[in-house]
Design a protein around this ligand. Sequence first.
Ligand code: UFG
Length: 399
Amino acid sequence: MIENRTIPERSIDDNVTDLLMANRDASRSDNKTILLTGGAGFIGSHTAVVLLDRGYDVVLLDNFSNSKRDVPARIEKITDRSCICEEVDLTDEAAVATVFNKYDFDAVIHFAGIKSVGESVEKPLEYYDNNLTGTINLLKAMNASDVKNLIFSSSATVYRQDNPVPYYENYPLGATNPYGWTKVIIERILTDMGAVDHAWRVIMLRYFNPIGAHESGLIGEEPQGIPNNLLPYVAKVAAGDLPEIRIFGDDYDTPDGSGVRDYIHVMDLAEGHLVAMEYLRRMIDRDNKKEITEKDACSVASLTENSSATDEKERRLKDLNVRAFNIGTGKGTSVKEIIAAFERACGKELSKAAYPRRPGDLATVYADTSLAEKELGFKARRGIDEMCIDSWRWQQTAR
Ligand code: UFG
């Protein structure tokens, strides 16, 4: 039997229990050092907390273009662990190489990138230059240092708009704006690199709509200027910084007419990176037993005698060294439901009004999460109320 030898099956409960029990258990990570590009940003900082709590060492790399310089100190305060930070812009190839010469990384999580859909339409060259040049410089440095284990921050935006919901990982990809295309193109680059060099192990996590904040109120999302995204906007209305919530479209074909999205608590998303990191490590263990894998691969045809076609497909999938997973909750929540949850969280009614639909928006977007559940053992645990309570706490403490 070879089916599950290379990547042992784990139940969702196994992983959730591990996450709950292993906080601050340094022994589990064997002192692995992970580089987090964009590590001071919204998702990067929460992931740093989860990795440090799990016993990993982390080095943040950030140019602080969209994050604050005191974030590493705040991460240290939450975790009571040291959080090294290098102020580097990924578009500076020499500086990136210097960081790789200074540390011995086991893996990289690549969050860094600019991410405003509207701005990307206005400034396409800036988006392609920053996100693609930065990624290519990172990949060159990884190649040169023989660090070929990568988790990439992808997005639900890579799914072509004509796909029906829920979105499955094998749907056709495409984008409607330069920001989205940078994600599609980077996924393509990683897939091509993995195809030619099997030493690369890449997990691409396609995030849906991350909201919420760490329960300490010490870290959270800090958009510059007037927020584009729903949650930070609602939070600012609740804080009295903006006059009213604009509901972009209340005539969609959805239960209450407003747009439906798959909102995920940023701490669940951060824990998704932890389980992806552990999956990556199982991929590495599998590749270390390469001779067995290759022998098995050769015998796939004969092996199917006693196994169904589905078994074989799943086994082959698990052998791939570049994988994509949706990270969402699998549940849709409407704009109006989010506003109601935020009103419960802040204890007051918020001023709101219906506005025309926002160009380019879809009625309903949510993930199929079964692949991440089955293979990563990942399942989001926190609900909409917790997301809004944590967002509101952060809004009240944010600078
Ligand atoms: N919305 C409002 N009012 C606002 C802002 C948003 O009604 O002030 C509505 C939108 O119309 C949509 C929902 O709230 O129905 C969510 O909008 P967001 O701007 O918060 O998020 P999007 O789903 O549009 O986009 C997010 C990220 C993108 C990413 C995409 C992936 O911002 O970067 O999810 O699906 F590509």
